[in-house]
Design a protein around this ligand. Sequence first.
Ligand code: GLN
Length: 488
Amino acid sequence: MPKLNELTAKETVEKIHKKEATAEECVLSVFERIHRLDDKVHAFVTLAEEEALRKAREIDEKVSKGKPLGRLAGVPVAVKDNICTKEIRTTCSSRMLEFFVPPYDADVIEKIKMEDAVIVGKTNMDEFAMGSSTETSYFGTTHNPWDLSRVPGGSSGGSAAAIVVDESILAFGSDTGGSIRCPASYCSVVGIKPTYGLVSRYGLIAYANSLEQIGPMARNVYDCALFLSVIAGYDPKDSTSVKIEPKDYTKFLRNDVTGFKIGLPTEFFGEGTSESIKKQVWRAIHKLEELGASCEETSLPTLEYALATYYIVAMSEASSNLARYDGLRYGYRIDRDDADWSTVYSKNRQTGFGAEVRRRIILGTYALSAGYYDKYYLKALKIRTLIRKDFEQAFKKFDVLIGPTMPIPPFKIGEKIQDPLALYMCDVDTVSANLAGLPAISIPCGFADDLPIGMQILAPPLREDLLLQVSYAFEQNTTYKDRKPSLK
Ligand code: GLN
């Protein structure tokens, strides 16, 4: 019998409905696991145990009074620490926001609360979501549960690690250039970066607005689809929110890919992609062929420029977004009331931000400065358009595109942190979906040397249904999701 914290979201809701378990028991089992394991994994920055138990008892009362229950009734959800939670500290894993307690909930938090989910705590991440390893957090690194000496991926590393070790059942991530898909791949969970505009960004602390989306992370495709159904939808408080009717994404989960046309961009299998990853992704592709899909290699020539384009756009937007942290209105402030304004401002930012965040602010400011704007930022925007057009062409021929999520397996903690370019290179396959605003998913597709490998699937805008259908069919016909790390 699985323990309550090992259940899926679907099973949890069913058990609570049938009164086979209480929400309180579900929440307690998750916290028992956290207290036992999180010293080793360090997935969480802040726990919300009291609030969680209060919410759980509220749900149990609804059950006993026969009141209607939400779609996520009693399901524990971990929240990435760049998503604002009312009265729960939200730090972005930065010293700058170490004591920031938001006075309001992000739209997605309101939505899950309405559906009776239970927030267990806030998960560790790269500082301000800048990174691919969760090593730039002010609060220390999260460890990959498959091998504690390795990184869990990033920047939503705490979220992915928490669900794979059953410290939560669902988790929120955010993805600016791969931050949901990378840790999903490195920890062997499912993560979706939704179409730009599908999920409200209201209450997401901004890194690069034109690229990022909040998205669901779960242990299987069904739970991810259910979670997405709850958080997607129009929000007038986010001007980039798309006006479409809410959908139940679980309706698209059919174990069938007959007739699907799948494109394999050669650029996703390029130089620098490890042989073990190529081998495993190709095995997954052959599996999809066996199941009735037709797969064909193709080329999107502008993808070669995606990484450089992404970093110029992301850093430029970051330099502008992070200008608000002056330590005067809120956030970290040095104790120097005698100094002049510019000394205080500089010192606040020098001490409040870590090295990677400062590097990006400096580079982004440079790319936007007079004289360099045309050469870097404007050029990047033009290439971004070409990349989008390349995808449009590809989707005339294919339903979805597939490749590896990450070019290399989870690396050792400390191995790359001194070499920013080497870290940036890890994002080579994920950033293009953000530049083009496309939905993309990472699903477990195998192991090499006992480390997980993820497969990335991309679809045209608002075609999350296609991603989910292919993923579900693959998952139903393989056993990777059942393998768990051996941490006790
Ligand atoms: N690793 C990428 C970066 O550092 C992506 C981060 C993200 O998606 N938030 O910018």
